[in-house]
Design a protein around this ligand. Sequence first.
Ligand SMILES: Cc1cc2nc3c(=O)[nH]c(=O)nc-3n(C[C@H](O)[C@H](O)[C@H](O)COP(=O)(O)O)c2cc1C
Length: 422
Amino acid sequence: MSVTHHEATKHSFWSVRKNPNFLDWSKQPIPFKIYGDYPLVPLDLDAPLGKCIYYLGGINAKKSYPGVEYYLRTVPSAGALYPTEIYIQMRGMEDFADGIYHFDVANAGLRLLYPLQADEGVEIALRDRRKVEGCIVLFSSIYYRSSWKYKNRAFRYCLLDAGHAQGALEMSTQIFEHAYTLHYDFDKALLNEKFGFRDREFFLSLAIVGRRKAERVQRLGIELPFVDGTGNFEPNETIEAAYHETMGLQSCRPMLRHPRFTFMKERLEEAIMKRRSIREFSAQPIKKEQLAFILEAMRQPIPSDCDDKVRIWYVINRVEGMQCGLYLDGELIKAGDFRQKAGYLCLEQALGSESAVTFFLTSGARNYQPLYLKAGHIGHRCYIASEYLGIGCSGIGAYYDDEVREFLGTQDMVLYALAIGK
Ligand SMILES: Cc1cc2nc3c(=O)[nH]c(=O)nc-3n(C[C@H](O)[C@H](O)[C@H](O)COP(=O)(O)O)c2cc1C
C-alpha cells in the first residue's frame, strides 16, 4: 500500500545528492505562536495540572551561542523547528475557567482564547458531540516551520512531531493517573476554520482526558482571527494537498485497551524534564533487560478511534547477550553484523551504526495521518523509556526509504527510525 505523498517524498542515495537542501536564513520561521491580545494564565509548576500541561512541550533547556539563544523542549522535533501547537478546552477544572486555551510555550502559560457557555464546545466536531467534563487537548501543526528546511518531506515530520506531543501527553497522564483516548475522526476542516488557521496551520488529532457525558454540545461560537506563528511564511501546495488528501479515514478500528507502564512517577518526571536527543554514541553496549524494558513501553496499546498496525523492526548492534541482526516482534529475521548497513540506511548518519539498537517503524495500512502520528507516539515512548534508564536516544527522520524496505524485506512504508545506546 502506498500513499502518493509518501512515495513522492522518499529519500534515496541520488535524490539527496541531486537536490541538496539550501536554507534561506532570511526566511527562517519563529517557533512560537503568541496570542498577545488574550489574557495569559501562567502555569503553576507546583500544581499538578500546571505541571501536566508544561510537560506537553514546555521549555526544558536553553542553548546559547554567540549572538543566538535557542530553547529546547520536553518534546524532540526534527531540526528543532517545533511545528506543533497545542490548544486545550477545559470544562469543570479547578483553577481554570471553562474555555478554550492556547499553550503559550514562550510565556509558560495558557492564553484564554474563548470562554465557553454551557452548550458550547469543540465536541461539536466529534461525531456524537457528547460533552466532555475535563480536558480536550488538540494538536495542530504550522507546517512552514518545518517546510522551510525540509520542503515537501516536512509533512512527515509535522506528523511525527505531533505524535511525540501525543506521547508527551500520555506520560503526563501517567503521572497524574488519568486515562486518555485519542481521536482522529473529527471535523478538522470545521475547527481549522473556526480557529482562523487559513491553511497555514491544521489540526491533526485530539485527546480526551475526562469524562464523557450523555448530554450533547449544541454549538461553538468561537471565530478566532488569524495569528501568525512563523514571522515568515511561504506556502507549500504539496503539503496542503497532502493534508487534505489524507484527512479522510477508511475502515477505522478503534483501540480500546489502555497502556500499562511500570515507570516510577518521580523518576519519570525527571526523565521528562531531562529528555534530550543524543548527538553521538560512544558505541557501548546496553543490557538485554534494558532493551526489553524499552520495547515493552513501545509496544503498549495506544487508545484511539483509528488504530492501524505499526511494525517495530530493530537492528541489534550492541546488546549484551543478544545476537546481532535484524529482529521483528522479538524474532530474529536475519543474523549478522549490520552496523555499517544501519548507519548507511539512515542517510549515512553515524547514529544508526554506533547505536546499541536502531529501530525502523513501518506500516502497510491506509490511514496515513493516524498511523504516522502513531509512529511519532511510539518514538516518544522510546525516548522516555531510554532516558528513564539513562540510555541515549535520537529520532531519525532521514533515511533511504526504498533501501530500508529492501533490507527489511517489506512492502510497508517506512515511517520513522530511532537509535538508542550509550
Ligand atoms: C521526527 C524527528 C526526526 C529527527 N531526525 C533526526 C535525524 O535524522 N538526525 C538527527 O541527528 N536528529 C534527528 N532528530 C533529533 C532532533 O534533531 C532533536 O529532537 C532536536 O534538535 C531538538 O533537540 P532535543 O531532542 O535534544 O530536545 C529528529 C527528531 C524528530 C522528532
